[in-house]
Write a protein that binds this ligand. Structure first.
Ligand SMILES: *Cc1c(COP(=O)(O)O)cnc(C)c1O
Length: 496
């Protein structure tokens, strides 16, 4: 039987996995979710010796079950290959009191590569399956890492175009240079004068704009999404949670069946939602620790049951988590309501209208899988230097958020459960805050000088993704008002 995906806002809107990937977002404004949790055989006596590719195949075949075995193999083989600079794809590193799961060994040295290396293959395979010959236009809002990873994945993929919007002052210099130097006949990168939430909201509006959709169809084009609202992003992310567990069994750190915690640095709630699905398929997870920066809307939500985005927005040293509207939380909300599209729509309408909603007591009681806390800028900085001093290991600021929150949690609770800190970016992506934290000073030099300094300090070889940037010409210069995003899209696509 084929697994059905349905919209969080309209249960009657049902599609298969490949259709969901092709569409990206449901046209009713909701997000597609699996209508039931598929059975995945998790035998860690076998999986402990499996490769990352084998584990990904196992997870993907269960969730994306209208793809054939050959199609899944084609996608997995092309995604997780030598473009990763570590043969294990997602190495697990043991530090003093925790394990760091390094998800930054792909093309753009952030965890977005784990899913965006495979999404273009899943999407073009899905298009072929359904005989879609319209051009697929990927429309993406980025808080810094998705944009580059999506462009790297989709650049010059036949039958696709990709348009990326990023907040002009909301990304690191390295992130910006990564994006503005992107080559490819089919890529367009535009900075906006707003923040990530502005970009994401406007992108969602374009998806839901019926007139625009028809105009696209008339021009033989259709939108899809490379944001984590697309289940083609979410499902591949389940694999590394299973893989991390398998590695712990393999090294004897835990016995098959032992519980572990994951601490996840969270922004749009995609990464941690994948961990939640990993728990649903039977991975022995004790707690999912949701770590935020000063934009701690999720911390408050898990503590009070009230989601309230009416608060100051902070630009922090972990920009990929500078988000006040965590889109994927809608999927968790839907599951908490007992799969009620009516109640989910109501809550999301409240969020839209008032910027705030409160979940029911019944829903709140089901949040026991989660623990949430946040780290402020000073805590992030001291976490980076403390980890370096204790373990001779350099964390990026996002990972440091998770690491700091985990240490606070362990201290407060005394919980001894082995814990994996999900490490989402290479420190080379954020050299300023990392070097400043390590040297306890405030560097005057530019980010590219700091990269060299970081190499000296950390002894970690400079990734090619960064060294390639030094001489790369800037190809994209456009900066526009948020309100002009749609005009930019229609003019780039030459819609008439
Ligand atoms: C995107 C991102 C996050 C947040 O992940 P979500 O899935 O949005 O919660 C954390 N760290 C880094 C480095 C990222 O790029």
């Amino acid at each position: 039987m084929t697994l059905i995906y349905q919209s969080t806002r309209d249960k009657t809107n049902k599609v298969t996995a490949s259709q969901a990937i092709l569409q990206g977002l449901a046209t009713d404004g909701g997000l597609y979710i699996p209508s039931q949790i598929p059975e995945v055989k998790l035998d860690f006596d076998v999986l402990k010796t499996s490769s990352y590719q084998d584990i990904a195949t196992c997870v993907l075949s269960a969730f994306l079950d209208d793809f054939t075995a050959e199609e899944i193999a084609y996608c997995v083989d092309n995604a997780y290959d030598a473009k990763f600079d570590d043969p294990s794809i997602a190495p697990l590193v043991k530090l003093g009191g925790q394990y760091n799961l390094e998800l930054f060994h792909g093309n753009t040295i952030a965890f977005k590569d784990m899913a965006l290396s495979i999404l273009p293959y899943l999407m073009t395979t899905a298009a072929k399956k359904h005989g879609v010959d319209r051009e697929i236009v990927i429309l993406t809002a980025t808080s810094g890492d998705t944009g580059k990873a999506a462009m790297a994945g989709f650049a010059d993929v036949p039958g696709t175009k990709i348009i990326v919007f990023y907040p002009k002052d909301g990304v690191s210099k390295i992130q910006e240079k990564q994006m503005t130097t992107q080559v490819g006949e089919n890529v367009k990168v535009i900075a906006i004068d707003g923040n990530f939430d502005d970009a994401q909201t406007t992108v969602k509006q374009m998806f839901n704009d019926e007139a625009l959709r028809e105009k696209m169809f008339a021009n033989h084009k259709q939108f899809s999404s490379a944001n984590s609202m697309n289940i083609g992003r979410l499902i591949p992310q389940i694999s590394y949670y299973v893989y991390a567990y398998a590695q712990l069994v393999k090294t004897g750190a835990i016995k098959n069946g032992d519980q572990i915690n994951f601490t996840v640095p969270t922004g749009n709630f995609g990464n941690i939602l994948a961990a939640y699905y990993a728990k649903q398929i039977g991975l022995p997870i004790n707690l999912l620790i949701c770590a935020s920066n000063e934009n701690n809307v999720l911390t408050d939500f898990f503590k009070t049951g009230i989601y309230d985005k009416n608060r100051d927005f902070f630009v922090t040293s972990s920009p990929s988590m500078d988000i006040l509207v965590s889109s994927n939380l809608e999927r968790l909300i839907y599951h908490l309501t007992g799969n009620s599209d009516v109640l989910t729509s109501e809550l999301m309408q409240l969020l839209n209208a008032d910027g705030e909603y409160r979940i029911t007591d019944d829903m709140f009681k089901q949040l026991g899988d989660f623990y949430a806390d946040f780290a402020d800028e000073a805590q992030i900085s001291s976490e980076i230097s403390a980890t370096f001093e204790a373990d001779n290991y350099v964390e990026d600021p996002h990972t440091a958020v998770a690491s700091a929150v985990y240490k606070k949690y362990a201290l407060a609770t005394g919980d001894q459960t082995p814990t994996v800190v999900v490490s989402t970016a290479s420190p080379y992506k954020f050299p300023r805050v990392v070097v400043d934290s390590l040297t306890r000073s405030s560097a005057k030099t530019d980010d590219f000088e700091l990269v060299k300094q970081l190499a000296d300090l950390s002894k970690v070889p400079l990734p090619k993704a960064v060294s390639d940037l030094f001489g790369a010409p800037v190809l994209h210069h456009e900066v526009i008002a948020t309100s002009d995003m749609q005009i930019a899209v229609t003019s780039y696509l030459e819609l008439d």
